[in-house]
Design a binder for this molecule. Sequence first.
Ligand code: OOG
Ligand code: MG
Length: 264
Amino acid sequence: MTGDPRLDALAERLDAAASSGVATEQPSAQAQLSLDEAYTVQRMLVERRLTRGETYVGPKLGFTSRAKMLQMGVSDVIVGRLTDAAWIDEGGVLALDELIHPRIEPEVAFRLSRDVDPGDPTLDIEACVDAVAPAMEVIDSRYRDFRFSLADVVADNTSAARFVIGPWSRFEPGTDIANKGVLLEIDGDLVETGSTAAILGNPVRALHALVTMAGRYRLGLTAGAVVLAGSATAAVALTGPASIEAHVSGLGRVGVTAEGSPRG
Ligand code: OOG
Ligand code: MG
C-alpha cells in the first residue's frame, strides 16, 4: 500500500487482469500517471505476487531496440521485474490459455555473478556478469488491444508474462556479443531476423542502462539474478499451438512449445 488509493487500485486491477485473463482499461484513458507513480504501481503489483509465494529472479529491460520502440510507439528504455513463476524451462510448454494476447520476442539474457550496488561509483557492471544466453520473452499486455502509454506499460510490469533461457555460455568483460545474428522461427518458418547490435548498439549497453534504472527505481541486482536485455526484433503474436525457436549466433538456440489458445 502507498497511501495513494489510485495507485493501490491500479495495482489490484492489473493483478486481477493477469489472473483472470481479461484485459483492462489503460489508466491513461482516465488520467495521466507520472513515470515515478507508474514504477510504484509496478513494485506493488509484483509485491502482491511475492506475497503469494513467487520469488523475484531479476530485472528485464524493454524498448532497448528501435524495432520495439517503433512497433509499440514509445521511445524510452523501461525496466520490469521477473519472477520464478514466469520462467519456463528450455524446451518446455507455454500454456497460451493462461494469457490474453501473448507475443514472443528473441532476447539475450545475462546472469549476475555477485550482488551489485547500482549507487557504487566504482562499479564495473560487465565484471559482475559471468554468463550470457539466448532467450525468449513472452509479453502479454494486461491492457485492451495491447495499447499503452509509457507510464501505462511501466505500471503493467512492462508486459512481462513468461520467459525461457537457453544454454548459458561463459561471459567475461570483452566477450564479443555485438553484431550476432538473431533469428526467430515459428514451426520452422523464419518470422523475424535481426542482430544483437539492434540492442542499444551492443547488448552490454543494456547492462549499463540497467544500473541507472535499477538505482532510480530500486530494483534488486543480486548474485544469480537473470537480466533480459530487451528484444532485438519486433514481437510476434502467438495465436495457437506452435513450436518456437530463437537462435543467436555464437550463443546457440532456445525453444518452447506453445499449447492451447489465448483467452483474449
Ligand atoms: C513492453 C515490453 C518491451 C522489450 O523487450 O522491448 C520489452 C511491450 O512491448 O509490451 O519487453
Ligand atoms: Mg522483452
